[in-house]
Design a protein around this ligand. Sequence first.
Ligand SMILES: Nc1ncnc2c1ncn2[C@@H]1O[C@H](COP(=O)(O)OP(=O)(O)OP(=O)(O)O)[C@@H](O)[C@H]1O
Ligand SMILES: [Mg+2]
Length: 249
Amino acid sequence: VTTTIAVAGKGGVGKTTIAGFLVRFLVEYGCDPILAVDADSNSNLNEVLNLPLSGTLGETREEMKKGKSQGMTKDLFIKKRVSECVMEGEGYDLIAMGRPEGAGCYCAANHLLTDCIDKLASNYKYLVVDNEAGMEHISRVITQQIDILLVISDASRRSLVTAQRVQNLAVEMKILSGKTKLIVSNLYGALTPDILTVIKKLDLDLIGCIPNDSLLAHYDLKGKATSSLPIDNQALKSAFSIFHKIMKF
Ligand SMILES: Nc1ncnc2c1ncn2[C@@H]1O[C@H](COP(=O)(O)OP(=O)(O)OP(=O)(O)O)[C@@H](O)[C@H]1O
Ligand SMILES: [Mg+2]
């Protein structure tokens, strides 16, 4: 059985950073095999993890639609391409979805792709899915139910309201089989009573906070993988203690 953990929320709140921390956490606690799934069409989880990308599933779908299957059966071609898209990291694999299919596309290529990804995903114990803002596209490519939805927000009202909407959407779309936890990220200082009041009024279950961290910002600016921050880094430590609570180990 695969445990699927999805990270979602408003733009720029720290989703990809947290997904990267989570991959590192799972690797350090021996939870392999782990598949990191970059479901953002503007793929960048690989940068946080420091892995090159060899291609995206979106590109594979386009090739299929254009009939470029190199003389192979479509089935074989897609299997080959999907396996080429899987990047091997240290203790985990990474795959990037790339661009989603056009609106209302139920093409054969997409069906084959979905089948192939489902088979691939079932080989892993953990899936960590980094999403772009909004969730509609998830269930179009990955049919896995989400066991744990991490909604990420900064300490602003609009971001918290977005977190709530994302949670509602996941429930409405029936892609959530487990629980949702709220992480307040990039926090300056402590949570104020005002923010706590907003959270309380919404139907969000706060599990913890991650502070704004100057070393993390520095890594980002230098193009260094933020998932490789030192183990005593405050942002990383806060994330790990949240993951301990969620995963119960
Ligand atoms: N705790 C933190 N302290 C300092 N900088 C942070 C922190 N968390 C994230 N950042 C920085 O904020 C920016 C946005 O983070 P990130 O890419 O993780 O957000 P995102 O939610 O995935 O964004 P997008 O919606 O574009 O996918 C990055 O430059 C990242 O390095
Ligand atoms: Mg992101």
